[in-house]
Design a protein around this ligand. Structure first.
Ligand code: ZN
Length: 902
């Protein structure tokens, strides 16, 4: 049953109160089925967005708010174009983030996941998910998000889990998944591999340790092979404990200092192992001593060099960051303790050179804050090169367009330099890797359905891999897994590929690129045709928002105080694609005022339209329209064309700003004020025309504004004469048949300029707002225009009707008047007598000019004194001259004023 809309069309509240309207309007829309694409009918062209799934236990922050605002704007805009608009919502299980929260809760209860075991732990996590997953949905509803909640998905749903299984097995069958040794970011505290995304580099004060790599023997040419040498290579490191895992020392092939040493061996301090000196152009000759120790087991760059030169990988650390048996005497020590002890031992052995302070980038775990250790480990990987090539082609051939375009270069650069993707995580919460190991034959069974026996030897002794998949593996399938893939569902057929992927530019690689590669690999189609990237939100001074800076703005608090529309409009008009935006509370407050302005203007129109008046549409009889009507209809037509163009170009911010300006200035401040003359007048026909234009333009502008500020526009629209039940289901307006009227626009511009000029003079002379003043106009060629519309000028400029005089040319220029000349050579004379107290004004100016004359005289004396002009610095003298000229100019202006005053 559809809910009731809490709006009485015959009783419009005096002020707009978001709290009274937002929730009931949202519930009403939803109950009417407007959020479902089916409402557009079976033949409608689909327009589909998959909502980037927020973390299941998350709370709404500004990043979500801007994402939801932009996507809802696109969805509402396309819905109004008659498209089958589908916005698929959902949440992400967020492996490590969620697991950590549950682990923290367990710790507070005095237990741990190891203690309660995997099964119990997963039960707890599911319960946690059930408890908190509703929050983010509720918060999206508050934002006005018109997504189809019946199609809401969760990355660990039964269906989506099947999609993950299918994807993994497919890749395995295609030879694109393998198990291998790899250097990963290991978090010793969390006991898991963490993705690059979860590592933050903090610049910290560290040390650079210089030490000696002793040559194992003299050069063969010296004939002293086999004997220890006094020769050494100086090497520098920031992490001495990794010396224990060194398997080479590398120098640049063109470095003359070391060329003769390449191919010889050096001795690893303390351990006494011999390792080769190799040449590699990767080495930076300028850094440190120009020689680099190579530790493939503990550094990602060294790992790559090691592969190239076939160096052995020696791992010296355990997974808890203590040293292992490869560390010799340091076995069992913590990594930092080992650093101290090893260096002391090397010092004692005379192998150290010096220690210098050094700023370095320390990789720290985003979650735990501890130093992440690069560690070699057996993990599952996806071979990315073939997938990346398809992803590159899809953008190169235009199947996918990235907005703003400059991000295409970044996308290409990432995919061209892609590394294999480590997809296994040592976590419990997530999609478990569908691989079973056989205890009898050692073979692996990779299966879509949980197997009961080994495929190789039929042994029942099989055990599933304990690890789970990286969260991005399942979110990479999001656009099609949410529509039913791998099954051939009606939704998948109708709504895939989706239309736009909208998200922050910071996850272009982590998420967007992976969706593109996954979509192409599994479905054979690009998952979306357009990628729209928005920027990050910063505070009003452009600083990143963070808890430590205390400048975080909570969108929920903003919505409580100012209403959802004010927040949405601020986010939507403050941003340009791909650019960061600075958010200030003043802007939000200003946009709350804009919403009130819309409400008040609508209320005025409603109260002056009467119930008898029904239709805002239909054709216009041009001869019945006044100049202001023709003008506002022409401006309205221009606005629709311009806003539509901007929306189609994804330039939402500019579209919103144009709507704001049009509504506030042209419609509310000018047209409504001008229309009042007819509304309050006696001419019934003129009254009817004004009403009709008011309703027509207002109703259309509410439609144009609806995707930006859905609540206030719907609430206001319900009070206007309208067709249909809801504003959100009305068609996007098109320009009226009246077209553009250049003449009317030019003429109105002139009238507006005139009124503004008079208003400016009034404020310059501090004339009371209510006071009516006299005016004489020398109109020249515009005599007819001005005479015909003098009522408007008299009303809006607050002129005395009986003291208003217009002529093509004035026989006699009015004395004691302020004169202003505007476009078209129109001269405006405002007699001062009625505006101000002439005597007081004269006295005031005389006093001011006397002061100026005094300063001028003093300045002249100074400048005629050779002691000053010759001895003071030239710049000082020059400044004095400029000051004098300025004072003289001010004085002459006042004399002019005094002349006007007579
Ligand atoms: Zn077996």
């Amino acid at each position: 049953m559809p809910k009731q809309l809490p709006i009485d069309p015959n009783d419009m509240a005096k002020a707009y109160d978001p709290k009274l309207f937002e929730q009931p309007i949202y519930d009403w829309w939803e109950s009417k089925g407007y959020f479902k694409p089916e409402i557009a009918g079976p033949k409608a062209e689909p327009f589909v967005i998959s909502m980037p799934p927020p973390n299941v236990t998350g709370a709404l922050h500004l990043g979500h708010a801007i994402t939801a605002s932009i996507e809802d704007l696109m969805i509402r805009y396309q819905r109004m174009h008659g498209k089958a608009a589908l916005w698929v919502p959902g949440t992400d299980h967020a492996g490590i983030a969620t697991q950590l929260q549950v682990e923290r809760a367990l710790r507070n209860e005095g237990t741990s996941r190891e203690e309660i075991g995997r099964e119990k732990f997963l039960e707890r996590t599911w319960a946690w998910k059930e408890k908190y997953s509703g929050a983010i949905q509720q918060q999206h509803r508050r934002l006005g998000a018109s997504c189809d909640w019946d199609r809401e998905r969760f990355t660990m749903d039964e269906g989506l889990s099947r999609a993950v299984r299918e994807a993994f097995v497919t890749l395995y069958e295609r030879g694109l998944i393998y198990r291998g040794e790899y250097l990963i970011n290991w978090s010793p505290g969390l006991q898991t591999a963490v993705s690059d995304l979860e590592v933050e580099y903090s610049e910290e004060e560290g040390r650079l340790y210089y030490f000696k790599y002793m040559l194992a023997d003299s050069s063969p040419s010296e004939g002293k092979a086999g004997r220890g040498s006094e020769e050494y290579i100086a090497v520098a490191t920031t992490r001495p404990e990794t010396i224990l895992g060194d398997t080479a020392v590398a120098v640049h092939p063109d470095d003359e200092r070391y060329q003769h040493l390449v191919g010889r061996n050096v001795i690893v301090p303390i351990l006494g192992r011999q390792i080769p000196v190799i040449a590699d152009p990767y080495v930076d000759r300028e850094f440190g001593s120009g020689a680099l120790k190579i530790t493939p087991g503990h550094d990602p760059n060294d790992f790559e060099i090691g592969r190239k030169h076939n160096l052995p990988i020696i791992n010296v650390m355990n997974k808890d960051a203590t040293m292992n048996q490869n560390a010799g005497p340091y076995q069992g020590m913590d990594r930092f303790e080992c650093r101290q002890k090893l260096w002391a031992d090397m010092e004692a052995a005379g192998l150290t050179l010096e220690v210098k302070p050094h700023r370095l980038q320390v990789p720290r775990s985003q979650r735990g804050g501890e130093v992440v250790e690069p560690l070699v480990s057996t993990q599952w990987f996806v071979k990315m090169r073939p997938l990346a090539d398809k992803g590159l082609a899809a953008v190169a051939n235009g199947d996918i367009k990235i907005i703003p375009e400059r991000f295409t270069k970044i996308y290409n650069n990432w995919l061209e330099n892609i590394r294999d993707w480590c997809i296994s995580r040592q976590l419990w919460w997530g999609h478990r890797i569908p691989v079973w190991y056989c205890a009898d034959c050692g073979g692996m069974t990779v299966a879509r359905q949980d197997p009961t026996e080994c495929v190789h030897c039929h042994s029942k002794s099989i055990e599933q891999d304990p690890d789970v998949l990286d969260t991005w593996f399942s979110s990479g399938l999001w656009p099609f897994s949410t529509l039913g893939w791998p099954d051939d569902t009606p939704d998948l057929r109708r709504y895939y590929p989706t239309s736009v992927m909208e998200t922050g530019y910071d996850i272009l690689f982590f998420w967007v690129a992976r969706m593109i590669m996954s979509g192409l690999e599994y479905t054979g189609h690009v998952p979306f045709n357009t990628v729209y990237l928005h920027g990050l939100i910063r505070d009003e001074h452009g600083r990143k928002m963070s808890k430590t800076s205390g400048n975080v703005i909570d969108p929920l608090e903003v919505m409580d105080e100012y209403g959802t529309d004010a927040l949405r409009f601020t986010l939507l008009t403050g941003s340009a694609p791909g650019n960061d935006m600075n958010l200030s509370m003043e802007r939000i407050a200003a946009n709350r005022n804009f919403c009130n302005k819309i409400w008040n203007a609508t209320r005025f129109v409603v109260n002056n339209t009467g119930t008898a008046f029904q239709s805002g549409s239909g054709t216009w009889n041009l001869s019945g329209l006044s100049l202001p009507d023709r003008w506002i209809l022409s401006r309205h037509n221009r606005l629709i064309a311009e806003v539509t163009r901007l929306m189609d170009e994804y330039n939402f911010g500019e579209a919103g700003r144009q709507l704001y300006d049009f509504f506030w200035s042209e419609f509310a401040d000018w047209y409504i004020e001008i229309a009042k003359i007819r509304l309050y007048g006696a001419d019934a026909r003129a009254q009817a025309t004004a009403r009709r234009v008011l309703v027509y333009v207002l109703e259309h502008v509410l439609r144009l504004l609806h995707p930006f500020i859905p609540f206030v526009t719907e609430a206001a629209w319900q009070h206007l004469p309208h067709e249909g039940d809801s504003l959100m289901m009305t068609p996007w307006p098109t320009p009226s048949h009246t077209g553009l009227d250049e003449e009317a626009e030019a003429q109105m511009d002139l009238l507006i300029e005139m009124i503004r000029a008079i208003r400016n003079i009034r404020s310059e002379y501090n004339v009371e707002p209510a006071k009516k003043i006299a005016a004489s106009i020398a109109a020249g060629a515009n005599y007819e225009l001005i005479t015909k519309h003098q009522e408007i000028i008299i009303a809006l400029a607050r002129l005395e009707k009986d003291d208003f005089y217009v002529a093509a040319m004035l026989d006699q220029k009015p004395a004691q008047s302020v004169v202003e000349v505007i476009s078209g050579g129109i001269e405006i004379y405002l007699p001062l007598a009625g505006m101000i107290d002439l005597e007081a004004e004269r006295a005031r100016w005389h006093k001011e000019v006397a002061q100026l004359e005094k300063r001028i005289a003093a300045s002249k004396v100074k400048l005629s004194n050779p002691n000053f002009t010759q001895k003071a610095p030239a710049a000082v003298v020059e400044k004095e001259r400029e000051q004098l000229a300025d004072l003289e100019l001010q004085a002459s202006k006042i004399w002019e004023r005094l002349k006007e005053l007579g």
